[in-house]
Ligand binder design. Structure first.
Ligand SMILES: Cc1cc2nc3c(=O)[nH]c(=O)nc-3n(C[C@H](O)[C@H](O)[C@H](O)COP(=O)(O)OP(=O)(O)OC[C@H]3O[C@@H](n4cnc5c(N)ncnc54)[C@H](O)[C@@H]3O)c2cc1C
Length: 410
């Protein structure tokens, strides 16, 4: 492993105008970090990564690297980019074990962070390092959000989150688990108790329904619910996942690992149209997931999924998807999992005044995460809709600065 990492680091051309950094949403200073690493300064390299992106150890594993850093590497033109993700993983993992942040808290600078996903964790690290007295309120028993309760452990080992939590606690961050902000503790209660600013990073946890007959039957489940705790589900021998994004791939691969014999993905378009990333599709195929293309579900019943076949046609030069008459069939299956995206819950906005949301229920903010209520900030999926970890980090870095500026001026 170490030999491979060194060999990859040595392949870096140290470009004067590094496209890899430009291609990364948080502009990771890749060539500087590689330089430090190759010169025996792994702790400095790790520190640089961490202070640029507190979730560097996570991003090294789950970022769509082919789209960002590795896809922008000049060597990718020759089909062989530097495997920066592996180098980042090695350095950031090492640093996470070594780092030793000490508390330096000003009790007059209390900040409430609602939600401990990538957005909340990023804000907590940045502001705790600047002396803020942080309390994180988390609905679930452990921190991480989707990192803990969505992305399967075979893609992201959960001990990284435990180690990040340890570092937060070392820095003096208080964590209140199993605490839903909204109906019981409200935003007004938080202001009453002396929090100078409140951050909302609650993500998108409402599954989007298909609104089909049969959706409430006992063998039908939603992807985001299933991934929270797959062990409590009995899916039978055969399951059908409806949808073809990355979440659908995670569900399908998890179901196979949890003992389901046959897992099918049903998608109304073709393989080339699947929204999941290429390598997630490749992994799904390698794991044994099977695909049913050009079928659109019209009803879910005790036997399985009733569908109609579809076809792509060109109309006025534009491609359209049409359903074909008299092609109705039933895809027999023991269970069905719907993976058709997620939207936000309204626990906070329905129990407080002044926080504007858009027609999708997403919190409205300016570019720096200021909501329409003074002193309340937001970022991550609850503002942008479902995106990626690194994009939540990018946005949250700006929001941390805006909170700092707001509290300092008060
Ligand atoms: C299955 C799945 C796989 C994914 N895979 C990838 C991937 O491989 N790579 C990638 O980059 N991105 C991936 N994503 C997207 C990525 O995980 C999200 O963009 C990211 O987690 C958003 O971070 P967040 O902090 O905004 O929200 P979340 O991660 O959703 O965290 C929100 C937190 O707020 C808590 N919360 C909610 N409401 C309240 C409340 N009222 N009170 C207290 N706490 C509350 C929740 O319990 C949760 O812990 C995936 C998403 C899913 C669903």
């Amino acid at each position: 492993m170490a030999q491979y990492i060194i060999a990859e680091a040595n392949r870096c051309l140290q470009c004067k105008n590094p496209k890899c950094s430009k291609g990364c949403p948080v502009n990771t200073p890749i060539n500087e970090v590689i330089n430090l690493f190759l010169n025996g300064k792994i702790c400095e390299a790790g520190e640089k990564l961490f202070f640029n992106n507190p979730l560097s150890s996570i991003c090294s594993l789950v970022c769509p690297h082919e789209k960002f850093c590795e896809g922008s590497c000049v060597l990718s033109n020759k089909g062989n980019p530097i495997q920066w993700s592996s180098i980042e993983r090695y350095i950031s993992d090492y640093y996470l074990n070594k780092m030793n942040m000490k508390p330096n808290i000003d009790p007059n600078k209390k900040i409430a962070i609602i939600g401990s996903g990538p957005a909340g964790i990023t804000i907590a690290f940045i502001l705790a390092a600047r002396g803020y007295d942080i309390t994180i309120f988390e609905l679930r028993d452990k921190i991480g959000g989707v990192l803990r309760y969505g992305i399967p452990a075979f893609r992201l080992p959960k001990d990284i989150l435990d180690r990040l939590k340890e570092q937060l606690v070392n820095m003096g961050v208080k964590i209140r688990p199993n605490t839903l902000i909204g109906p019981v503790i409200t935003i007004d209660d938080l202001f009453r108790d002396g929090y100078k600013a409140i951050f909302i990073g609650t993500g998108v946890w409402n599954p989007k329904p298909l609104r089909l007959k049969g959706e409430s039957l006992g063998h039908v489940h939603y992807a985001i619910d299933y991934l929270k705790n797959p062990d409590v589900y009995d899916l039978g021998k055969k399951t059908c996942v409806i949808g073809a994004g990355n979440v659908a791939m995670d569900v399908a691969r998890t179901a196979l690992r949890k003992g389901v014999n046959e897992v099918y993905i049903m998608y109304r378009r073709g393989e080339e149209d699947m929204p999941a990333s290429k390598h997630e599709i490749e992994y799904a195929k390698l794991d044994g997931v099977k695909f049913e293309f050009y079928k659109t579900p019209i009803e879910l019943n005790d036997k399985g999924v009733k569908y109609l076949e579809t076809k792509k046609v060109k109309e006025d030069g534009e491609e359209k998807l049409i359903t074909l008459e008299n092609t109705e069939g039933v895809f027999e299956t023991d269970s069905i999992i719907i993976a058709a995206s997620q939207g936000p819950k309204a626990n906070i906005v329905s129990h407080t005044k002044g926080i504007k949301i858009n027609k999708f229920g997403l919190v409205t903010t300016d570019r720096c995460g200021r909501t329409t209520r003074e002193g309340v900030f937001a970022s991550g999926d609850v503002v942008t809709g479902a995106k990626t970890v690194v994009e939540a980090v990018k946005f949250s870095k700006k929001v941390a600065d805006a909170i700092d500026e707001y509290v300092s001026k008060k």
